[in-house]
Design a protein around this ligand. Sequence first.
Ligand SMILES: NC(=O)c1ccc[n+]([C@@H]2O[C@H](COP(=O)([O-])OP(=O)(O)OC[C@H]3O[C@@H](n4cnc5c(N)ncnc54)[C@H](OP(=O)(O)O)[C@@H]3O)[C@@H](O)[C@H]2O)c1
Length: 338
Amino acid sequence: MTRALELAASPGVPLGPNPRVGCVLLAPDGTTVAEGFHRGAGSPHAEADALARAGDRARGATAVVTLEPCNHTGRTGPCAQALVAAGVARVVFAQSDSNPVATGGAGTLRAAGVDVEAGLLADAARAVNRVWTFAVEHGRPFVTWKLATTLDGRSAAADGTSRWVSSPPARRDTHRLRGLCDTILVGTGTVLVDDPQLTVRDEDDRPLPRDRQPLRAVMGVRDVPPTRRVLDDAAETVLLRTRDPHEALAALRARDRQHVFLEGGPTLAAAFLAAGLVDEVVCYVAPMLLGAGLSAVGDLGAATLTDALHLDVVEVTTLGAGADTNVRLTLTPLKETV
Ligand SMILES: NC(=O)c1ccc[n+]([C@@H]2O[C@H](COP(=O)([O-])OP(=O)(O)OC[C@H]3O[C@@H](n4cnc5c(N)ncnc54)[C@H](OP(=O)(O)O)[C@@H]3O)[C@@H](O)[C@H]2O)c1
């Protein structure tokens, strides 16, 4: 299973919407017959990949898979039936597939007389597909709220300027994190004030090709003028004409989105926090004081200290050096206090 997990995490597999899966076929004497992994939506599943390599040698083998074999016909056939047809005698899988359209593979295998064992290294398998697992189990995308603030918690100066709160190394880091998400979400306020393009640029400041850009999503009821950069053709854009965070996430989920990078201003951040819909916070702190200006987050209704929303610090990293130094904090909200 450790080898199957390594295969699942093979480099070069495109982000979502499918989970990363690895498979090893073992002969009755324990030697490896074939290995396989899933290379992204539309390509063969890990089991099919391994079965194709094994050919007749799959008969009587044990299939070790990081995710419960699927039970449905999507763009490729159901893996549970493929394993049965190939004569596999035993299947050991790590994580159960709770995806409603794919679940039930273990039952199909057992009904066909295949010996099935579930749960081996399940936590490690869930970690390989952290965001996919979250989206399947919660029925909505995972939300990372990213913000850049001064030391006194301002995300924009009194005149509205905010573009260069964070330093160039922090901005490059933001592009890296954007590239790990499939959606960048802001409110109409940010689009109207800052006119950001909301694309991912590489280390050399070149935009990634359009087909590798996350979806850009703008939330709010006001019109977005067609000249705004977020509507250019560098990436796809969706206008979510709602102020309801639940509705916005449902619309994004309907587009198979799993990981939202929330980069809106204080208004949108407060709305998502108040709704308990922030799962992770990435905060770049610049060693800079403004003394006035826009607070990093809008009113959360905390009238007294005991009402404060508490977060767990997961990681602290210093980015850049000298005048470019910023501190990146990664945090998770404590759900029970939201
Ligand atoms: N430093 C940073 O990290 C950072 C990041 C982003 C923005 N900013 C700064 O933030 C400022 C913009 O702030 P902002 O708060 O206006 O931006 P925002 O949160 O991106 O947009 C706010 C707008 O979104 C709409 N909206 C969507 N859902 C809403 C809800 N649940 N409740 C209320 N409104 C909702 C409303 O417009 P409708 O009337 O259209 O519905 C609202 O005016 C700019 O100065 C920008 O530079 C800073």
